[in-house]
Ligand binder design. Structure first.
Ligand code: BES
Ligand code: ZN
Ligand code: ZN
Length: 496
């Protein structure tokens, strides 16, 4: 979609569709909708008076202007009750309007932005662009039939009246577009099937991003990780014919900036391995690389936003399959940290590959490590598919996650890392088992990871629930969501 800002009066602006918003049962109209109403001789206020448009949240009402305005059509979209408005609703309303316009086959829209309800033009533009773009996302790569029926909006014009507003809106639009493009990347990777999105595919994607956005990249082959001592990553990777890749992408390398390590679980398909999963819903396990996808997407956005940080993205990527070479329950692995792990379930593979990736990340002496992983089904049981499970060893960092969560609307909730549960990870024959009890499974998974970060401030985000969803949300269609990307980018933008 081509998105740009133009300086014009909304009521004088020729376009296929002019998008206007209104609160529920407004006392009087204000902003762009008021100037358009005046030009239109009170058409909109009459409509509202007659009760034909109520302004309920996400209500959409399409009007044909019949030449009364330079715009061919007007779409009125409801924002709900005035006192209950926030940017999360705004993103949802932008998305619902975008979906309505797209589904109607309309190719161009213009949206006049003016600050309202205490939000600046810049904030409104960023959230509008983000909400609309995320809402109209579709994954059609593998559909070959009736492709002519696929509808897409081609152009979006943000209309501003003053030069100062143009500047602000352009800033917000740029950020919104960069962030949305990153989420499109993450969603495409998650929605892509595992016969396409292999570890090699992820590595190639990372190389392309490194080239396009001037980042340093290193892709370690399984043999190299074996020589380095990553016994846990190797144990998972060796079960598959598809070669595993240990991907390290670096933004702003060697510039003396604060270093933050982002670690993402990159299991491109999780069958469970020898501890094989039931076949029902197993197809969902193509999303087990959502953590790696989020890290890749975040680095792309960070570079386009030119964030003043040194970021190291670490993405251990492999399939988890059963085979004659696969690791088996009872096997004891030597991790890069030197600590040994007894494999109880080969299905708890995420924590195995992450243990080596976390240890590896410490080499960069980061100020913080943040890992993202579709780690446990238990986290889905605890928090459902709306909420990211948050664990961490540092209150300042946890606070940053909380703030970013409330700004972005990506819900995240802290769970404890109490040592009492470490008992369950004690092994008779090694330092740890890779599985504790079913009860408190998400916490025990996180406690396992904590043994590989030492004293470095660290956050673990369990995105098993929200990584892909069955039921669409206002600006998140079904399927891969890009969970964690907006949260991470916000943490990095706010880093001081
Ligand atoms: N990838 C799964 C976790 C998962 C489950 C993600 C459901 C999304 C939806 C992970 O590798 C796994 O299988 N975890 C096991 C751990 C258990 C064996 C301790 C689980 O959650 O059952
Ligand atoms: Zn698993
Ligand atoms: Zn897994």
């Amino acid at each position: 979609m081509n998105i740009h800002v133009e300086k014009a009066k909304p009521e004088k602006f020729p376009c296929e569709l002019l998008l206007l918003f209104s609160f529920e049962s407004p006392k009087g109209l204000e902003g762009p909708v008021q100037s358009v109403d005046l030009e239109w001789k009170g058409f909109i206020s009459t409509l509202i008076k007659q009760g034909d448009f109520k302004g309920e949240l996400f209500e959409c009402h399409l009007l044909h202007t019949q030449g009364a305005l330079p715009a061919q059509r007007v779409l009125l979209t409801g924002l709900g009750k005035k006192g209950e408005f926030n940017l999360e609703k705004w993103r949802g309303a932008a998305s619902k309007a975008g979906q309505f316009i797209r589904n109607a086959g309309i190719k161009q829209l213009a949206f006049p932005i003016k600050k309202f309800d205490g939000y600046s033009e810049e904030e409104l533009a960023e959230s509008f662009v983000t909400g609309l773009l995320l809402g109209v996302y579709q994954f059609n790569e593998f559909k070959t039939l009736e492709r002519e029926k696929i509808k897409e909006i081609e152009e979006m014009i943000l209309v501003a009246e003053k030069n100062t507003e143009v500047k602000l809106i352009e800033g917000g639009q740029r950020a919104g577009q960069i962030i949305s493009e990153a989420i499109y990347l993450a969603r495409d990777l998650v929605n892509g099937p595992s016969n396409d999105v292999t570890p090699t595919f992820l590595a190639e994607k990372a190389k392309k991003i490194a080239k396009d956005y001037e980042m340093a990249i290193q892709v370690l082959e399984v043999g190299e990780t074996e020589s380095m001592g990553m016994g846990a990553f190797v144990a998972v990777a060796k079960g598959s014919q598809e070669p595993g890749k240990f991907i390290v992408l670096e933004y702003n390398k060697g510039k003396g900036l604060d270093t933050i390590a982002l670690v993402g679980k990159g299991i491109t398909f999780d069958s469970g391995g020898i501890s094989i999963k039931p076949s029902e819903n197993m197809e969902r396990m193509k999303d087990d690389m959502s953590g790696a996808a989020a890290v890749l997407a975040t680095l792309q956005a960070a570079s386009k936003l030119q964030l003043p940080l040194h970021l190291v993205g670490i993405m251990p990527a492999t399939e988890n399959l059963p085979s004659g070479k696969a690791c088996k329950p009872g096997d004891i692995l030597k991790t890069l940290s030197g600590q040994t792990v007894e494999v109880i379930s080969t299905d708890a593979e995420g924590r195995l590959i992450l243990s080596d990736a976390l240890t590896y990340s410490a080499r960069y002496q980061p100020k913080a490590i943040i890992d993202l992983a579709t780690l446990t089904g238990a986290c889905v049981i605890a928090l459902g598919d709306y909420v990211i499970g948050v664990f961490g060893n540092d209150d300042v960092l946890l606070k940053r996650v909380e703030e970013a969560s409330s700004k972005t609307g990506e819900k995240a909730w802290r769970l404890p890392l109490w040592d009492e549960y470490l008992e369950y990870l004690k092994s008779d024959s090694a330092d740890f088992r890779n599985v504790g009890t079913r009860a408190a499974g998400a916490i025990i998974g996180a406690i396992f990871l904590s043994k590989f970060v030492g004293k470095i401030p660290w956050i673990h985000l369990d995105i098993a629930g929200p990584a892909s969803i069955e039921k669409e949300r206002p600006y998140i269609p079904r399927g891969g969501t890009g969970a964690g990307v907006r949260l991470l980018i916000q943490i990095l933008r706010d880093w001081k």
